[in-house]
Design a protein around this ligand. Structure first.
Ligand code: ADP
Ligand code: MG
Length: 324
């Protein structure tokens, strides 16, 4: 049998030299912040049956658990430094721990983000990660910073994760069941999202964007947080929303619904002055992250939609809410 401490030592305590002054093994880890930098901190919890299906493959769960946290740092423009991992496990299953830690560390190493501590207990499968990042004072991209006249931008594509969910559940909204290749392609967006860290860091470091948020519950709801915090409104072009490659082949109504309010996208929505357009395009090219301009911030509160021709559209869309 694997003891709690054997488990930590074997799967999570790695002899890699990192940024932390003291990593796993004591009552606390010790981090020494880079001189003059602020620490950005965020936690995200993933609960089996709530955020992922029971029996989900361990390796991609390891990836996603950290990816959703890195996405929060990206949305703030902070560079990842370290993270902690609190795990409730129903059993000390070696194959599961091997896969989970592989997926987790592959992404952690790609971002130079070091595991510095955590907690391990028996219980229903739950994964809670806290990430620590660094950002220069005054550079963090806050939700409250959107200004009337700003462009609204989104990274990557939206809606394929939501389409995969519809495919797995065989939702009646789908005109036809997804074929296996499409379901796998859309499913990869759901299972292994790409946190847009490099883009967020460039936007912040170069002072190109005003406000930003990562899209976890759907664009409408998440942009809504920016609008509320900033005391502004927005007008978006429903046909400019970049659909994922599988969703792009679906009927217009589904495309609009899933790009605007699908969720689980982990793209960044940000606002920026029109004067930043060329520099934003250059930054996007530099970090190989496509960005699309989808509308503008208005002084009048509320969210309004138009089609590609600029004609007003009445779209009734709501984002995901755990308690609704
Ligand atoms: P304490 O009892 O002081 O909370 P623990 O005995 O739970 O500490 O943990 C021992 C060490 O292992 C601590 O440094 C803790 O941060 C680390 N640790 C525990 N669980 C994990 C985990 N899942 N991943 C990484 N480090 C962990
Ligand atoms: Mg202790």
């Amino acid at each position: 049998m694997l003891s709690e401490f054997d488990l930590i030592k074997h799967y999570f305590d790695r002899p890699v030299p990192g940024r932390a002054t003291l990593g796993i093994g004591d009552d606390c880890a010790l981090l020494t912040p880079a001189p003059g930098m602020q620490t950005a901190i965020s936690s995200d919890m993933l609960v089996e049956g709530r955020h992922f299906f029971a029996g989900e493959e361990a390796q991609r769960l390891g990836h996603k658990s950290l990816a959703v946290n890195l996405s929060d740092l990206a949305a703030m423009g902070a560079r990842p430094v370290a993270f902690t991992l609190a795990l409730a496990l129903p059993a000390a299953d070696r194959a599961w721990l091997e896969g989970f830690s592989r997926g987790l560390f592959a992404l952690a190493d790609a971002h130079g983000c070091e595991l510095i501590g955590g907690d391990t207990t028996k219980g229903p499968l739950t994964i809670c990660i806290t990430v620590f990042g660094e950002v220069a004072p005054g550079r963090a991209l806050r939700r409250s910073a959107a200004v009337a006249g700003d462009d609204v931008w989104v990274s990557g594509t939206l809606g394929d994760a939501r389409l995969a969910l519809a495919g797995y559940r065989q939702e009646p909204a789908l005109a036809a069941p997804l074929n296996a290749a499409d379901l796998a392609a859309a499913g990869s967006r759901m299972h292994t999202p790409t946190p847009r860290v490099a883009l967020g860091v460039l936007l912040a470091e170069r002072g190109l964007a005003h406000a930003a948020i990562d899209i976890s519950d759907g664009l409408v709801g998440d942009l809504g947080h920016i609008l509320a915090r900033s005391g502004v409104g927005a007008t978006l072009d429903a046909d400019a929303l970049p659909a994922g490659p599988v969703l792009a082949a679906q009927p217009l109504a589904l495309r609009r619904a899933f790009t605007a309010a699908g969720g689980d996208d982990y793209e960044i929505c940000f606002t920026a002055p029109a004067a930043s357009r060329a520099a934003i395009a250059a930054a996007a090219t530099e970090c190989s992250t496509p960005v699309t301009r989808i509308g503008r911030i208005d002084g009048a509160p509320g969210l309004r939609w138009t089609d590609a021709a600029g004609a007003p559209l009445a779209l009734e869309l709501a984002s995901f809410d755990h308690f609704k």
